[in-house]
Ligand binder design. Structure first.
Ligand code: HGY
Ligand code: MN
Ligand code: MN
Length: 415
């Protein structure tokens, strides 16, 4: 083992600045309820991006921005080789926590800080990325920036994406000043490793510190537009109603029953329900609802989608309404690189952390990067499995553990 190896194996991240930056970023877009609200391409997102770039420059990283607004901090290596890339996102859902996304970006900056302070230059360059619109809470699909990066969505189609509040993506990107000129893609990394909170209960319940994420479930998002007929809530006999509000509720109940019938990994969520005119004494004329179906098994996900489609046809006929579906996102399950996942597990154990292999229930930028280069993820526990919620929390010791595993995994990949 050479001196560099013994030196690097002894390196550890420090929690101080990582925590300080996580909290400083969390304050941007903080709501009165204590949630982080930095919807993609919003003013709050712009302020967060500007701050991140300031932090990257303070670490002497060479900052570049690509045409979809992905931000990269590049640290030169001894050799001009494909880099080891890490990163995640800093956009949030409307009721976000402070770790979902920023831990992966700021954890990457902490790795750079430790190497700078140790005076170590790795053989390969190291890049820290912050991808645009990972959440998909404002523009669809989710993981949009990393999807464009790997060529899964054209820039034009991404630019034309419409937000729920009626905005067009390119207009908002111009407005915040983040239409960059860097090459798309900036590079084809040697490897991509993403540090992220689990956002689920498994590590917390089992008391395990590190998740070596080997795969990620498939995602199916659609928006349903239901058109019935508004009418008087008191005078209209039940048999004459074309009630879009009832249909919205019936679809939600059907989705829950479908997960019970299918069991296994099948999950289903109706996150959005908008009724019009949304008045107590008016039968709803229209409804817009969203359907989020996920499963680790592609064949089962397809079955779930078909069962929902069949139910919608019958419901529309029974209730005398029209139901149209608009596809918002569809990603098959992803297998990560077992070699990198093994490295994650080895370094976790070498550092004395408990570790287990996992599947990700949430979508992540790593699932897109896996189309371009060997990729895997490091999970750390979410207390009580809570996320997309201001109560999202990860203990400091677990944040540090995840950062140390990221540091050692990246060092090994970069040497
Ligand atoms: O929806 C997801 O899984 C991710 O948070 N975008
Ligand atoms: Mn995330
Ligand atoms: Mn999220």
């Amino acid at each position: 083992m050479n001196t560099l190896d013994t030196q690097t194996l002894g390196l550890r991240i420090q929690s101080g600045l990582l925590l300080e930056q996580l909290n400083t970023l969390a304050d941007i877009g903080m709501t009165p309820e204590g949630a982080c609200c930095r919807l993609a391409l919003s003013d709050e997102d712009r302020i967060g991006r500007d701050l991140l770039i300031t932090w990257m420059k303070a670490l002497k990283l060479e900052v570049s921005i690509d045409p979809i607004g992905n931000i990269f901090g590049w640290r030169a290596g001894l050799e001009d080789l494909p880099p080891v890339m890490t990163g995640s996102h800093i956009d949030t859902v409307r009721t976000g926590g402070r770790y979902d996304g920023p831990l992966g970006v700021l954890g990457g900056l902490e790795v750079v800080r430790v190497l700078n302070e140790a005076g170590i230059v790795t053989r390969r360059p190291i890049v820290v990325a912050a991808f645009t619109n990972e959440e998909g809470a404002r523009f669809h699909p989710d993981m949009l920036g990393s999807l464009v990066y790997v060529g899964g969505l054209s820039l034009d189609d991404a630019y034309a994406s419409h937000s729920a509040d009626g905005k067009v993506l390119i207009d908002e990107l111009i407005k915040i000043g983040y239409v960059g000129k860097a090459a798309l893609p900036l590079c084809k990394p040697h490897a991509f490793v993403e540090l992220h909170i689990e956002q689920g209960p498994i590590l917390d319940i089992e008391g395990v510190t590190i998740g070596a994420v080997r795969d990620l479930q498939g995602i199916s998002w659609q928006e349903l537009h239901i058109v019935g007929q508004s009418n008087h809530a008191g005078t209209t006999p039940m048999r004459l109603r074309h009630d879009a509000g009832y249909c919205a509720a019936a679809i939600s109940v059907f989705m829950r029953e479908l997960t019970i019938e299918m069991g296994g990994a099948q999950v289903a969520t109706m996150g959005v329900t908008q009724l019009h005119p949304n008045l107590i004494n008016v039968i709803a004329a229209r409804a817009v609802v969203t359907v989020d179906l996920r499963n680790t098994d592609e064949a089962l996900l397809k079955i779930a989608e078909q069962k929902v489609a069949d139910f919608l046809v019958k419901l529309a006929a029974d209730e005398g309404v029209t139901i149209t579906s608009h596809r918002l996102a569809r990603f098959e399950p992803v297998k990560f690189d077992d070699g990198i996942a093994d490295l994650i597990a080895q370094h976790a154990q070498a550092l004395g952390y408990s570790c287990r292999s996992m599947t990700s229930g949430a979508g992540h930028d790593a699932q897109m990067m896996a189309r371009l280069c060997p990729s895997a993820m490091i999970f750390v526990p979410s207390v009580k499995g809570i996320s997309h919620n201001p109560a999202e929390h990860t203990e400091v010791a677990d944040l540090v553990a995840g950062g140390n595993v990221l540091l050692q995994t990246m060092l090994e990949l970069a040497q």
